[in-house]
Design a binder for this molecule. Structure first.
Ligand SMILES: Cc1cc2nc3c(=O)[nH]c(=O)nc-3n(C[C@H](O)[C@H](O)[C@H](O)COP(=O)(O)OP(=O)(O)OC[C@H]3O[C@@H](n4cnc5c(N)ncnc54)[C@H](O)[C@@H]3O)c2cc1C
Length: 399
């Protein structure tokens, strides 16, 4: 820890509307904490920015002192990018405004706003944008890296819906990207993450979303092979407003979930259909019918929906939960260790269509989308036999 940096950071404090938290402050440990607790960096200072001027002052300060700068919004970076050892953290959580322009179908989102905050604000207008599937993820961190949403199959990635942004550049100047501002800067933001500047506001396109049918369907892990095959063949043929991702996961030992499910490794289909009810029900029936035929079905277990439905945000006026089921006849066997979840999703034509529009990651060739599942398979710990067959997944059609 460089004491000089900490002392210098304290001199920054009077020039800010926000706070500077340094080691020794009672709130320091809470201020430096990020989602992935395996990263325990101790920054020289955490600057809680209240506005763009605070961000600009922080960027200039870090440059002048030669200190590394980390940007923190939702704090969900698995790699721990939102903290930095002996450097400065620009904490944007205080810049979390959300303003809806229903007429222009645009939403202005503060650089530190979370997915759940955006959904709550757009929801009364019957509108939604492509935000993360977990409500506590920062929209800026999510959107600047690409952004896969429940609505992606129909409305593309988050970068496809990024219309403009206000950015503090590396020299501390403020720039406007897109919407008559710097179009090259917007191009770079669409996939460039935090490498281009600190985004203090994003403007994203909104889409009408009324009722969704959503929630998890859980199957025993032994059924994973059949489910992956069915999902692979069935999902690409569906309309863009039918969406589910398939996940292999261990139910967390959390009170939100029924006790008999906790720590059970399962294969899950997580649904979010924006299609009319009859079409949505027909889609769900494909997997329900299968369950019945194979004698795996137990009567619907209403409790099973409690946790997942509450954990996941709903970008809509009303959520019609599906009838969940557990299909878990045998007593639970706690796994030796908590398996890392993995997921598989078919994004549909909205992503491919937007591949012809430029962004910093270039086009999205069909081949690249196709290769992704094979990588996923290689990383799977304790994967079931079906998933060890990478060839099976390499044949996945684009979706
Ligand atoms: C539980 C969980 C659920 C997730 N769900 C999804 C999902 O559904 N879809 C998906 O695509 N991804 C998802 N992700 C991945 C997530 O989108 C990325 O990790 C993202 O970077 C997190 O953003 P954050 O603001 O929460 O994180 P932070 O750790 O605060 O930020 C990560 C990095 O993003 C950049 N950044 C953040 N804010 C700004 C800003 N205002 N200006 C410039 N750069 C900024 C910085 O480089 C920062 O270091 C999920 C991750 C987790 C842990």
């Amino acid at each position: 820890m460089t004491t000089a940096a900490t002392t210098a950071a304290l001199q920054l404090a009077p020039r800010l509307r926000g706070d500077v938290i340094v080691p020794g402050h009672p709130g320091y440990d809470a201020a430096r904490a990020i989602d992935n607790r395996s990263h325990q960096s101790r920054p020289a200072a955490v600057v809680r920015c209240a506005d763009s001027a605070d961000v600009a002052a922080t960027v200039r300060f870090a440059a002048a002192e030669g200190l590394p700068l980390a940007i923190r919004a939702g704090g969900h970076s698995a790699a721990g990018f939102s903290s930095v050892q002996a450097g400065v953290v620009a904490d944007l959580r205080g810049i979390n405004h959300v303003r809806v322009d229903a007429e222009r179908r645009l939403v202005a989102i503060g650089g530190g706003a979370l997915a759940g905050q955006v959904d709550r604000a757009t929801h009364p207008f019957g509108l939604a944008t492509t935000t993360a599937t977990v409500s506590t993820v920062g929209v800026a961190g999510f959107a600047l890296g690409g952004g896969i949403s429940y609505l992606t199959r129909k409305h593309g990635l988050a970068v496809d819906n990024l219309a403009g942004a206000d950015v503090v550049l590396a020299d501390g100047s403020l720039a406007r990207a897109g919407e008559g501002g710097d179009e090259d800067l917007l191009w770079a933001l669409r996939g460039g993450g935090g490498n281009v500047g600190v985004v203090t506001e994003l403007r994203m396109r909104l889409h009408p979303v009324s009722v969704v049918t959503g929630g998890p369907m859980l199957f025993p892990l032994e059924r994973a092979e059949r489910l992956v095959r069915l999902y692979r063949d069935w999902m690409p043929q569906q309309a863009d407003d039918i969406y589910a991702f398939l996940a292999l996961l261990t139910i967390p030992p959390d009170e939100a979930f029924p006790e008999e499910l906790r720590l059970r490794p399962v294969c899950a289909l997580i649904w979010c259909n924006t299609a009319p009810e009859d079409q949505s029900n027909a889609a769900l029936a494909t997997f329900r019918r299968r369950r019945r035929r194979r004698g795996q079905i137990r009567p619907p277990h209403r409790a099973a929906i409690r946790g997942p439905a509450r954990c996941r945000r709903s970008p809509v006026r009303a959520v019609r939960p599906i009838q969940p089921h557990t299909a878990m006849p045998e007593p639970p066997v706690p796994p030796r260790r908590h398996r890392r979840p993995s997921r598989q999703q078919r994004h549909g034509m909205a992503v491919a269509r937007r591949g012809v529009r430029p962004d910093v990651r270039g086009h999205r060739p069909r081949a690249r989308l196709r290769r992704r599942p094979a990588g996923l398979v290689r990383r799977l710990p304790g994967r079931p036999a079906a998933l060890r067959d990478a060839r099976l997944l390499r044949q996945l059609p684009d979706g």
